[in-house]
Design a protein around this ligand. Structure first.
Ligand code: UDP
Length: 239
């Protein structure tokens, strides 16, 4: 690990929305390539990187259920959407000669590996990027919870949440002009004030296992590497 990196191993959570660029739906290849470049800068610091990708740019279980689908079936579709995103990110990383493995919580052996914790750790030790797909593999969960779960399982020093804004605010800064931005928060602050960071089960899992959450703006160039070096703008949530 580079001496000035603050973390030895991190999990990056990217929402499906983060892969859309300016589009209304789906994947934007230029945006995905930019994210791959960000991941590459962190790998170049000698830091182990794993990722969890969301699927909201393609399908969300709740929207399907709102239109009358059975929730569990709709959630399965949402999880499949995350696999598509994971494969796109793998493709962009491998185009940059970064060894990458996708591990899915729903086995689909002709497409990618299945999630096996010890194997994923071995990949990280060999310098590969591991992308975890299909969330937790269970309906009624989110990829935020999957990110917290995998961060704990992989022994990550931090969960880095790529956001649309530069940290956590008291209200949505795009809607509320005088929303307050925080540099630091405790897990208790987030839960007690119902701050929109990640869902409560993700926050609780990180809290119980002492994994700090760092929220940063994914639109700023080199933001991921800056956060890993302890620089730039972000909100850190810990005990
Ligand atoms: N999902 C699920 N179980 C999980 C993770 C995800 O059922 O463990 C489904 C759920 O339907 C969700 C969809 O996959 O709406 C996409 O994930 P998410 O909404 O978390 O993606 P993001 O908001 O990060 O793009």
């Amino acid at each position: 690990m580079a001496s000035d990196a603050k973390f030895r191993r991190v999990l990056l959570k990217i929402s499906g929305e983060g892969l859309m660029g300016d589009r209304e739906f789906g994947l934007d290849i230029t945006t995905i390539d930019r994210i791959a470049a960000e991941v590459q800068s962190v790998r170049d610091l000698g830091v182990d990187v794993c990722c969890v990708v969301g699927g909201g740019n393609i399908f969300r279980g709740l929207s399907g259920a709102a239109k009358g689908m059975e929730r569990a079936a709709a959630d399965n579709m949402g999880m499949l959407a995350t696999v598509m995103n994971a494969l796109a990110l793998q493709n962009a990383l491998e185009a940059r000669n970064i060894d990458t493995r996708v591990q899915s919580a729903i086995p689909m052996p002709s497409v990618c590996e299945s999630f096996i914790r010890r194997k994923a750790i071995r990949h990280l030790e060999k310098g590969r990027v591991v992308i975890f797909a299909a969330g937790t593999g269970n309906p009624f969960f989110t990829t935020d919870t999957a990110a917290a779960l995998r961060a704990v399982e992989m022994g990550c020093d931090a969960l880095l949440k790529a956001s649309q804004v530069d940290g956590v605010y008291s209200a949505d800064p795009k809607k509320v002009k005088d929303a307050v931005r925080y540099d630091t928060l405790t897990f208790h602050d987030v839960l007690a004030n119902d701050l929109a960071v990640m869902d409560a089960s993700a926050i609780s899992l990180c809290r119980e296992n002492n994994v700090p959450i760092v929220v940063f703006d994914m639109h700023t160039d080199k933001a991921f590497a800056e956060v890993v070096l302890g620089r730039g703008r972000f909100t850190i949530i810990n005990e």
